[in-house]
Each structure stands twice: as C-alpha cells, then as structure tokens.
Design a protein around this ligand. Structure first.
Ligand SMILES: [Zn+2]
Length: 257
C-alpha cells in the first residue's frame, strides 16, 4: 500500500493545499494554536468529510493536561474535548496533542496521572496521539525514558503516539536507533512528524527546518522514515513547491521497501 505522506497546511483551504502538494494526507489547526477559544464550525465540513484525503488535526499548543495549576489543566481538558468534537465534525482521523509538563516542584508522575484522568474524561472515539516535545525539564513527553513511564500509566487507554524528528533531536534523543527505543516505550508510532531542525542537537529549541537544511543529518531522518510504517506529515517551512520536493524525498526513502 502506498504510504501517506503530506504536510501541515493553512486551514483556509486545506483540500486545495493538499491537492497542490499531491498529498493523500494533511494536518491542520481547527482554532488559533495559541488560543483557548473553541473551534468554529467549518463551511467546508462536508467536503472534508467526503474527501478521500486523510485529515489529522493538531490541537492548540497551549494545552497542558498535566498542569498542576487547575486554571490551565481544566481549560486544557475542555479545549481538548472541543477539538475532538470539531475533528469528529470533519471526520478527521486523529487529533495530535503535545505531552505537556508539570510544575518545577512536582514529580512527573503527577503528570502521568493527570494524562490518565484527561483521557478517561474524553467523550469521543476520535483517536488522540500524544506527541513528543522539544523542551521542558519537567516535560512528560520529551525524553523517551519519560514517555515509557507515561505509557505505563496511559498505555491501556488506547492512546496513540506521534513521533516528531525535530523535537527528538532538540530534546537530546539520538536519532540513531530512535524508532526501536520508542517502540520499546509505547509499542506504537501512529504518525511521524518529519522535520529538520534549525538548532544543534540537544538545543531544547522547537524550530523546524526543511529536511535538506538545518542540523539533522538527512540520512538519520531517512532511517526513521524507513523504520516506521505510519503516515508522515511534514511541518517544515515554505509553500507548496518546497513541500512537493520534500514529499518526493520522503517517498524516495521507502522506494523498494
Ligand atoms: Zn510536530
């Protein structure tokens, strides 16, 4: 089966953007990624539902269901549920959420328990993929070792995992052998965010770059693509022409497999 490779696109006309890129999958925001406001109903909901293009929804960056502060944790759960409902309305395939972090004085285990509670309160069958993050000393989704501990608590909820190459690199996780280490931690990789990094290894900075630029050796990105079977989303800078070239590049890594 052809592997789905696509890109994160502007939400103004996502199907047009996917068509321009020849992509069978796209990722988009349904609301302001920096805001708490619930997604608005979309005029193109029926088109998105009926389209053969697979749609992944990226939830707002502000979501932190692990927060000790309930003025962050409670709205985080709410907008997660709002986003899941809005994703259902367009028949999306899944919603991606960043792992989040606890406060400086807290044990990360508190965050695992809060993730479990958030997942238990979800009123939707929409799949949720927890994504690894680039930074945060108290992050629950940065180091693979921490993700393994998180999965001991949330793994039986059926939650999925999204692996981001830029975030792993920035987090100080060697990319060599990364897929095996993640699989040992979670038993699954549901989506690959295939990104270069504008910063050196272990920078803790979340700045994506194009695959052939930036600091990550492209053969290490190729190895990760080859060792996974899930759909691939590029979250790289540039427009359609940049993405077309990168989608071709990613597809070339799996030719003959
Ligand atoms: Zn990502």
């Amino acid at each position: 089966m052809t592997r789905f490779v696509g890109a994160h696109v502007d939400p103004s006309d996502p199907l047009e953007a996917a068509g321009e890129r020849g992509a069978g999958i796209l990722q988009m925001f349904l609301s302001n990624p920096q805001g708490w406001k619930a997604p608005e109903p979309r005029d193109d909901a029926a088109e998105l539902r009926e389209s053969p293009v697979s749609v992944i929804v990226h939830s707002p960056y502000l979501i932190n269901v692990c927060a000790g502060n309930n003025r962050i944790r409670i709205p985080s759960r709410k907008i997660l549920n709002d986003t899941l409902q809005a994703a259902e309305a367009i028949s999306a395939d899944a919603v991606v959420v960043h792992g989040g972090h606890v406060s400086d004085d807290e044990d990360p285990v508190e965050g695992f328990v809060r993730w479990k509670k958030a997942l238990d309160q979800v009123e939707s069958d929409m799949p949720i993929f927890i994504e690894n993050t680039a930074s945060g000393d108290r992050a629950v989704g940065r180091e693979i070792e921490m993700i393994a501990r998180l999965w001991e608590v949330v793994g039986d909820t059926g939650v999925g995992f999204c692996l981001d190459t830029c975030h792993a690199w920035a987090a100080g996780e060697p990319l060599d052998g990364l897929v095996d280490r993640v699989m040992a931690a979670t038993g699954r990789i549901d989506l690959l965010h295939c990104n270069g990094s504008r910063d050196p290894f272990d920078s803790r900075r979340d700045r994506h770059d194009n695959l052939l630029q930036g600091h990550i050796p492209v053969d290490q990105i190729a190895e990760i693509v080859r060792n996974t079977t899930c759909p691939v989303i590029l979250e790289t800078p540039g427009g359609a022409s940049d993405h077309i070239a990168e989608i071709d590049l990613v597809r070339s890594y799996t030719d003959g497999i």
